[in-house]
Design a protein around this ligand. Structure first.
Ligand SMILES: NC(=O)c1ccc[n+]([C@@H]2O[C@H](COP(=O)([O-])OP(=O)(O)OC[C@H]3O[C@@H](n4cnc5c(N)ncnc54)[C@H](OP(=O)(O)O)[C@@H]3O)[C@@H](O)[C@H]2O)c1
Length: 272
């Protein structure tokens, strides 16, 4: 296990900070941080989060960028340079999903999930690792969905499997270089995620059993930051999610496929 990352006086870049978990990271880090850079596409929402942050000594800057694009990512790096900001913590949190079958998905939304959940997270990490002050930290927001293939959420779950695998490899590579990497795998959490993932026809995902796993964003973020501070490479916030994540990771693949088929077909019968 790597050394833990000291949260006191950290200088953090938080992607997807205009709502949900990203805004909560900003709220929980603000009292201890020296610098916070809040990044997302909507400037008004970023400013609102900034206005609502608890008082502290942190310098807080908002950067408007569409991180799914090369221009947006370059714009963020230029913003850091122009503003003389020298982060030592990158929180790769921006991400989105898409509820429904792959064959009927809008290709643009599938591409967006890959561009944001995978490409942006990878390329921002690559660009910032050499610039991160030491001790450095990277928090990558994956998902419980990354532990299993998910029919009707196929691209999203696959993108998060990438995030978990990538993060756990980076944690090993970067520990000797003074950078702590923590992968966070939340279960269902009340944010804007579902609203964004739902299609115009209103289709939703199968939510049976999710009530046992749901915890508020404040707890997800508190457990994520505690894991980072302790140098833990991976955390499943909440007791229910920890159990589910462990079970899914240990489950033999044929049993997993049987379980998925059963759940998927049952959902279809109920919907018919
Ligand atoms: N909520 C859950 O149940 C859950 C469970 C497991 C994992 N997660 C993960 O948690 C992370 C945060 O999601 P959330 O639940 O907090 O959802 P959310 O409330 O919808 O927040 C998503 C954030 O990403 C930003 N964003 C979206 N597209 C972007 C783009 N192209 N460029 C820059 N920023 C962009 C959004 O801001 P703008 O619209 O202003 O750009 C927003 O700030 C995601 O990676 C998600 O996959 C969520």
């Amino acid at each position: 296990m790597a050394n833990g990352f000291p949260l006191q006086n950290c200088r953090a870049v938080i992607t997807g900070a205009s709502s949900g978990l990203g805004a909560e990271f900003a709220r929980q880090l603000a009292p201890a941080a020296a610098e916070l850079v809040l990044v997302a596409r909507r400037p008004d929402a970023l400013e609102e989060v900034k206005r609502g942050l608890p008082a502290g000594k942190a310098r807080i800057e908002c950067c408007t960028a569409d991180l799914s694009t090369e221009d947006g990512r370059t714009g963020l790096l230029r913003f850091l340079d122009d503003q003389g900001l020298r982060p030592n913590l990158l929180i790769n949190n921006a991400g989105l999903g898409d509820y429904g079958g792959f064959a009927t998905s809008a290709m643009e939304k599938s591409r967006l999930q890959i561009d944001l959940n995978i490409t942006a997270l990878t390329l921002l990490s690559h660009a910032l690792i050499p610039r991160l002050g030491r001790p450095g930290g990277i928090v990558n927001i994956s998902s419980l969905a990354g532990t299993l293939p998910m029919p009707d959420l196929a691209v999203y779950a696959a993108s998060k499997a990438y995030v978990t695998s990538f993060s756990e490899a980076l944690a090993v590579e970067l520990a000797p270089k003074g950078v702590t990497v923590t992968c966070v795998c939340p279960g269902p959490t009340p944010t804007n995620f579902s609203k964004t993932a739902r299609r115009p026809d209103g289709g939703d995902t199968d939510r049976s059993g999710q009530g046992l796993l749901r915890i508020p964003p404040s707890r997800v973020v508190a457990e994520a930051l505690a894991a980072l501070a302790a140098g833990r490479p991976c955390v499943f916030p909440g007791a229910g999610v920890t159990v589910a994540g462990t079970l899914f990771r240990l489950m033999p693949r044929p049993l997993m496929r049987w379980f998925l088929r059963r759940r998927f077909n049952k959902g279809k019968v109920q919907a018919d």
